[in-house]
Ligand binder design. Structure first.
Ligand code: ATP
Ligand code: MG
Length: 420
C-alpha cells in the first residue's frame, strides 16, 4: 500500500465543512476590509525565499523543500505567502496603480519540520498583504481583520501580542548590546541559541526553551533603544487598537522568525493548542519590496494557519446543512434504470440536489440507501412506471406517495420541494 507523506494530511469529507466555514468567514471579512484575492504559484525560484525570509532563519536554514529543475535552476515549494505576493506585486508593476493594493490569499505552504499536532509539512494559510501605506491605521486595519476573523469563528482563548521592532537603525544599535549580554550568558543557552548569537541574536529572545527564557530574563530591551519616530509610530498603532477596542498585550520578546519585519509585529496565541500556541502572526515589512527589486513600498500583513484554526473551531460552529432537499432516484429494471438516469439528470439540471446509488438493483435496496443518505424524497422509476409514464414520488418521512408524469417531471416536482 502506498501511503501519504509524513506530515502531509488528507482532509476527508467529514472535515471539509469546517474548512469551508473558515475559508468563507475569512474571505467575507477580508473582502469587507477592501482586500482582493490573489493566487500565486506554489513554487518559486529559491533565491526569492532566501533573500526575503533571510538566510539565517529556521525556515531557510533547514525547513525548505528545495529541488533542482531539469535545467538546473533551484526551485522551492513556498514556505509562506508573502515572498510570492511581493514578487507578483513587483513583476506586475502594481505600484503604478493608484488604487490601494490590498491582497489576501489561501493555500498550502511547505516546511520540513518535525510533524506533530498542529505542525505539518504541508499546511495551509490564509494571509493578507497591504502595500503602499505607511500609516499606523494600515497596521490597525490588518490586525483588526485578523482579530475579527478569529472572533467571528468564536475561537477560544485568544490573545493578541504585539511588539515594536523599531526600524533597521534601531535594531543595529540594539544588536551589539544584546549580543554582549548573550555572550555573558552563553553557557545557559540551548545549542540553537548559542549559534543564533552570531547569526540572528533577536531570535534568542523568542526561543521557547525554558532555560533560554530564564537566561534572557534580564537582557536589554529593544524598546529602550527605539528612535522617537519608531515610538511615535507604534503609539499610533496602539491608539488605533484602543479606539476600535481590540485588546492586546505588549510582549517585548516577540520577534518573528522572518527577517523582513520591522516596527509593528504581532502574533495571536491561544491557550487551547498546547505547544503549538501560535494561531497567526504578522507585522510591518517596509523594506521587503525594495529588497526584492521593487520601488520603496511600505507594507504590512499577516498569515494564519488553517489547521490550527480548524483544531480550535468549536463543533457547534459547524452546522450540517439541512434545508437542502435531496431527491433520491430509484431506477431499477432495464427500462427503469435508463429512465431513472434521465430523471436524475433532469432534476440536477433544474438545480435540485439529486442522488442515486447505481449498485442498488431493487426498490428495497434503493429505499434503504435513500434513508441512509437522509433524502427527503425518492422518485421511484421501475419498468412498470416507465410503461405508465408515471414515476412515484415518495415522501420519505410521511411515506405519502404521488404519481408524477415522467415527461414533465420538473414542473410537478418543483412546487412540492419548495413547499416542504
Ligand atoms: P511557529 O512558532 O508555530 O513555528 P511560525 O512563527 O513559524 O509558527 P509563521 O511563519 O508566522 O509561523 O506562520 C503563521 C502561522 O502559520 C502560524 O501561526 C501557524 O498557525 C501556521 N504554521 C506555521 N508553520 C506551520 C506548520 N508547520 N504546520 C501548521 N501550521 C503552521
Ligand atoms: Mg515555525
Amino acid at each position: 500500500m502506498i501511503k501519504g507523506i509524513k506530515g502531509v494530511k488528507d482532509l476527508l469529507p467529514e472535515e471539509t465543512p469546517r474548512w469551508r466555514l473558515i475559508e468563507e468567514t475569512a474571505r467575507r471579512w477580508a473582502t469587507g476590509y477592501g482586500f482582493q484575492e490573489i493566487r500565486i504559484p506554489i513554487f518559486e525560484v529559491t533565491t526569492l525565499f532566501a533573500r526575503s525570509i533571510g538566510a539565517s532563519t529556521d525556515i531557510v536554514e533547514k525547513e525548505m523543500y528545495t529541488f533542482q529543475d531539469r535545467d538546473g535552476t533551484s526551485l522551492t515549494l513556498r514556505p509562506e505567502g508573502t515572498a510570492g505576493t511581493v514578487r507578483a506585486y513587483i513583476e506586475h508593476n502594481r505600484a503604478a496603480d493608484p488604487v490601494p493594493q490590498k491582497y489576501f490569499y489561501f493555500g498550502p505552504m511547505f516546511r520540513h519540520e518535525r510533524p506533530q499536532a498542529g505542525r505539518l509539512r504541508q499546511f495551509h494559510q490564509f494571509g493578507v498583504e497591504s502595500f503602499g501605506i505607511a500609516d499606523p491605521r494600515a497596521d490597525v486595519e490588518v490586525i483588526a481583520l485578523l482579530w475579527r476573523v478569529l472572533s467571528a469563528l468564536a475561537l477560544p482563548g485568544l490573545t493578541l501580542e504585539i511588539n515594536n521592532l523599531g526600524d533597521t537603525a534601531d535594531r543595529e544599535t540594539y544588536r551589539p548590546q544584546l549580543v554582549a549580554y548573550l555572550k555573558q550568558h552563553e553557557e545557559k543557552l540551548c545549542g540553537n541559541c548559542k549559534r543564533r548569537i552570531e547569526t540572528n541574536p533577536l531570535r534568542v529572545l523568542d526561543c521557547k526553551v525554558p532555560d533560554c527564557r530564564t537566561a534572557t530574563e534580564a537582557a536589554p530591551h529593544l524598546a529602550d533603544t527605539l528612535s522617537e519616530k519608531a515610538r511615535t509610530y507604534f503609539a499610533g498603532v496602539l491608539a488605533g487598537l484602543d479606539a476600535i477596542r481590540i485588546p492586546y498585550h505588549l510582549n517585548h520578546r516577540l520577534v518573528r522568525g522572518l527577517d523582513y519585519y520591522g516596527l509593528t509585529t504581532f502574533e495571536v496565541t491561544t491557550t487551547n493548542l498546547g505547544a503549538q500556541n501560535a494561531v497567526g502572526a504578522g507585522g510591518r515589512y517596509d523594506g521587503l519590496v525594495e529588497t526584492l527589486g521593487g520601488p520603496p513600498t511600505p507594507a504590512v500583513g499577516f498569515a494564519v494557519g488553517l489547521e490550527r484554526m480548524a483544531m480550535m473551531l468549536p463543533d457547534t460552529a459547524v452546522v450540517s446543512t439541512p434545508g437542502y432537499t435531496t431527491v433520491y432516484v430509484a431506477g431499477f429494471g432495464i427500462q427503469g434504470s435508463a429512465a431513472g438516469l434521465l430523471s436524475l439528470e433532469e432534476l440536477r439540471k433544474a438545480g435540485i440536489r439529486a442522488v442515486s446509488d447505481f449498485r442498488s438493483g431493487t426498490l428495497k435496496a434503493h429505499l434503504r440507501q435513500a434513508d441512509r443518505l437522509g433524502c427527503r424524497y425518492t422518485l421511484i422509476v421501475g419498468d412498470d412506471e416507465v410503461v405508465k409514464g408515471l414515476g412515484v414520488l415518495r415522501n420519505m418521512e410521511t411515506k405519502v406517495q404521488l404519481d408524477i408524469p415522467l415527461l414533465s417531471l420538473i414542473p410537478h416536482v418543483l412546487p412540492l420541494l419548495s413547499g416542504s
